[in-house]
Design a protein around this ligand. Structure first.
Ligand SMILES: [Zn+2]
Length: 404
């Protein structure tokens, strides 16, 4: 495949001061995707580049039918704006979110709508789980024979290799060294990219931030804390996810296993007192039951059940969520101190209990040294990003960065 011409022009000079010359070129496409339909003038203003540079970049993509420009029908008088958007209908992307309990397979287009979604209970065995996902991928490809599947994005709660093809270790699934791309790739011409689920959720949230931002906000920095069965952390620096470097590429953000209680509860990773044993959505169940063994025929309450009990006024459920918020805040203060990024987004099913979690979380950060600083923030993200949305984002971002 030829190098895309789209990034090889004056944009490189226009992006003086940013470390990655392709960044604004990449951002231009990401901005169009996030904010479509959007005018050339608005793109130029938001990226702080010349309108002619925008034109130089979008022209070849309009010519090959990736972007379209059309007149926006608006009521009232005056000039009708010409707006850019991605062409729908020719390319699509498949996402696979492999979760500890449930997994989803879905598809999207460059327009951004999720057009298909199916979920299944994740079997404990990796091979069986990947076969189930592969079956759904094959079905989607067969049902969309008139279109072209470009990239398959996979999100998983674990460490991936630097090439983003294999899973190294997913502690809560007890999967090790699994060639996920090899198992899921249906054809040579369809690329498979495997990403940590917190990083995938961070990519999803980054698109929302790009959509809603003006100029400066396009260089957004935040930490995403994804709390579900475990805790994963995704880092976004200058609107790009950070995965680590060198042999550490793919493992940045493994904060779920930092010790916050010395000699505390044992964790699947082999250590004790890990953050995710105290602040994950799953840890709420054992906090709620008082860490006692289950009675016969008793099952652990699900997180959403605890939230609904809290909403019905049950004190024990409310205290449980508040305690989770406290532990979450303790860990977040450590993360902020460690990475020096003061904006935090919470993702995963924990956000359903945000009403109860938010206050003790903020109080825990206030008590830390970070609390003495101004300008930190913690907000709840979109639940979709932690599920199929993140996996689809991985697929589309790969295409925008290296595709065509
Ligand atoms: Zn651990």
């Amino acid at each position: 495949m030829n190098e895309p011409t789209v990034f090889q022009n004056d944009l490189i000079n226009a992006s003086a001061g940013t470390p990655n010359p392709a960044r604004k070129g990449g951002l231009l496409l990401r901005l169009i995707r996030a904010a479509q339909p959007i005018t050339r003038t608005e793109i130029a203003n938001r990226l702080d580049i010349d309108k002619s540079t925008v034109t130089d970049n979008v022209k070849p993509l309009i010519a090959v039918g990736i972007l379209r420009e059309e007149t926006l029908e608006v009521s009232g008088q005056g000039r009708k704006p010409r707006v850019l958007s991605f062409v729908d209908g020719r390319d699509y992307f498949i996402g696979v979110n492999l979760g500890v309990r449930t997994s989803q397979v879905g598809m999207t287009t460059l327009k951004g709508e999720i057009t298909d979604e199916d979920d299944f209970t994740t079997p404990p065995n990796a091979e069986t789980a990947l076969k189930m996902a592969r079956k759904r991928i094959d079905d989607l490809i067969e049902a969309n024979g008139d279109k072209k599947c470009r990239v398959i994005g996979v999100s998983i709660p674990g460490l991936t290799d630097a090439a983003r093809q294999k899973l190294i270790y997913a502690p809560n699934m007890d999967w090790r060294n699994v060639d996920i791309a090899g198992a899921l790739q249906p054809r040579e011409d369809i690329k498979v990219v495997v990403e940590n689920d917190a990083t995938a959720a961070a990519m999803y949230e980054a698109r929302l931030k790009i959509r809603d931002s003006d100029g400066d906000g396009l260089m957004t920095n935040f930490v995403l804390v994804r709390s579900g069965t475990g805790i994963g952390v995704g880092l976004v620096i200058g609107s790009e996810v950070y995965r680590g470097s060198g042999i550490g590429r793919g493992i940045a953000g493994e904060f779920g296993h930092m010790t916050i209680v010395a000699g505390g509860k044992s964790c699947v990773c082999g250590n004790r007192g890990c953050w995710e044993k105290y602040a994950s959505a799953a840890s709420a169940a054992s906090l709620y039951t008082g860490d006692r063994p289950l009675r016969p025929n008793e099952s652990m309450p699900r997180f959403v059940e605890i939230v609904s009990k809290a909403e019905n006024g049950e004190t024990r459920a409310q205290r449980t969520l508040e305690k989770i918020g406290d532990y979450l805040g303790i860990g977040i203060a450590n993360v902020i101190m460690g990475v020096g990024i003061s904006r935090v987004i919470i993702s995963g099913r924990l956000v359903y209990g945000w009403k109860y979690i938010q206050k003790p979380l903020h109080e825990a950060i206030e008590r830390s040294i970070i609390g003495k600083l101004k300008g930190w923030s913690v907000e709840a993200g979109e639940p979709q990003g932690a599920a199929i949305g993140g996996a689809l984002e991985v697929a589309v971002e790969e295409y925008l960065a290296h595709g065509f």
